[in-house]
Design a protein around this ligand. Sequence first.
Ligand code: GLU
Length: 517
Amino acid sequence: MSKIRVRFAPSPTGYLHIGSLRTALYDYLFAQKNDGDFILKIEDTDRKRFVDGAVESLIKSLDLLGLKRNEGVFQKTINKNNDRPVLNSKNYPGILEVGDYGPYIQSEKIEIYKKYAEELIKKGYAYYCFCTQERLEEMRRDQSVMKKPPIYDRYCLKNISEKEINQKLKEKCSYVVRLKMPQDETLEFEDMVRGKVKFETNLVDDTVLLKSDGFPTYHLANVIDDYEMKVTHVIRGEEWLSSVPKHLILYRYFGWTPPQFAHLPLLLNADKSKLSKRQGDVAVEDYLKKGYLKEALLNFVAFLGWNPGKGETQEIFTLEELVEKFDFSHVHKSGAVFDIKKLDWTNSQWIKKMSLDELWSRTGIFLKIKEFYKNWSEKNKNWSNKEKEEYEKKVLTLERERLVKLSEVGESNKFFFEDIVYDKNLLKWKDMNDEKLKNNLKKARKILSAISKKEWKRKNLEKNLLEASEENRGEFLWPLRVALTGEQKSPPPFECAWVLGKEETLKRIEKALNLFL
Ligand code: GLU
């Protein structure tokens, strides 16, 4: 069997869509699993939708997520010690094209597509169409009134002689080239996800192959690329399923064997409508900016349309584990709902799983921009970086169990970074009186003063405070906890004292006591 070759073929429209990420991920998993090649090519022939900088940002996102390709377009920073040809992209200065089957960017292949289109015309498989926009609109209006399918009526195929065509071409009349679909045929193919799929050719439009600006359409360019790049498996979203009959006919007319197809289920909003920007973010970059981990995002996206099979209860997978498990037999046909709660859960699981060092370094960029952190850092500018790191790691130790997104770091425990403004009543447990409250805070102060800085450890603080709390824990621990945090809810007092350190803990108790002088 020939080597498996898959390609991810995004159009640079501005950002990496969640659905595109899923396609790229399945491409990656399938290629890795089968020791195949994973190619990145760029479909940039639709100049109306083109966004400057989008190609570069797409590549950056894929690299950031760790979806490694071994062929196609790359950032210029890649290691050039490669045994394959490396070219500078003609149209994108920051980009390299690596591999034997380039160019990997459609806008750099315009002449090639033209040549193939001319070959089809010569063989009678495609034809010139000079219809104006007005004529096409009128035709569509009539079709809609007569409830006929909206397909081209072949006016130019039926009514224009070769002589007229040559004359029009000489006069530089505007034209497109259309595919001549065979009639009265049922086309059938086996999709790796959907099984047998059939199409009636009479219902398929004579699609445009070359546009009036000389650029190819998606259909022509896509088929030529896949053939020239020796792609064996085309993996893409279900929205492209209706293109297959056009592609199959192109393969037939050129005399090429079509690749295998896998059309992935639609991504849906919770209300089952198609996943759209209107109902929330669809750009991968936005999720990363919001504090979702790349590992969690990949893990979550893998499950949008796939599962590891019956009896498999594991839900948290690394990329390597996904490669191991991935299989098209477990890709579903029905639409996959994008459930943000599931993404949150997956993210929180990854946060719990990650080492403290890793979590600290990943939360850094989110923490450092927060006002409360900047003030704290300024106030403690005499602390060394090491001391700050240790303090932040302690905060994270308490926080990670409840952290959903990296961007929330410090938010639920701001009292570790800010001075507290006390609510006197909150310090009291139920209806305890001032006297009892003061005595209990003093008692806590005494116990804590006796613990040396060296012994200031989580377990030790817990043991000492619990032992001292006697029968009414609430009356002892509540005022202490509120003295340290100022909050209705927070981690227990021994944990907070551990983070704050001896000096600050005693200072806060003192401050609370001063309210009752
Ligand atoms: N350019 C298409 C897209 O952005 C690719 C479709 C295909 O893979 O054939 O989805």
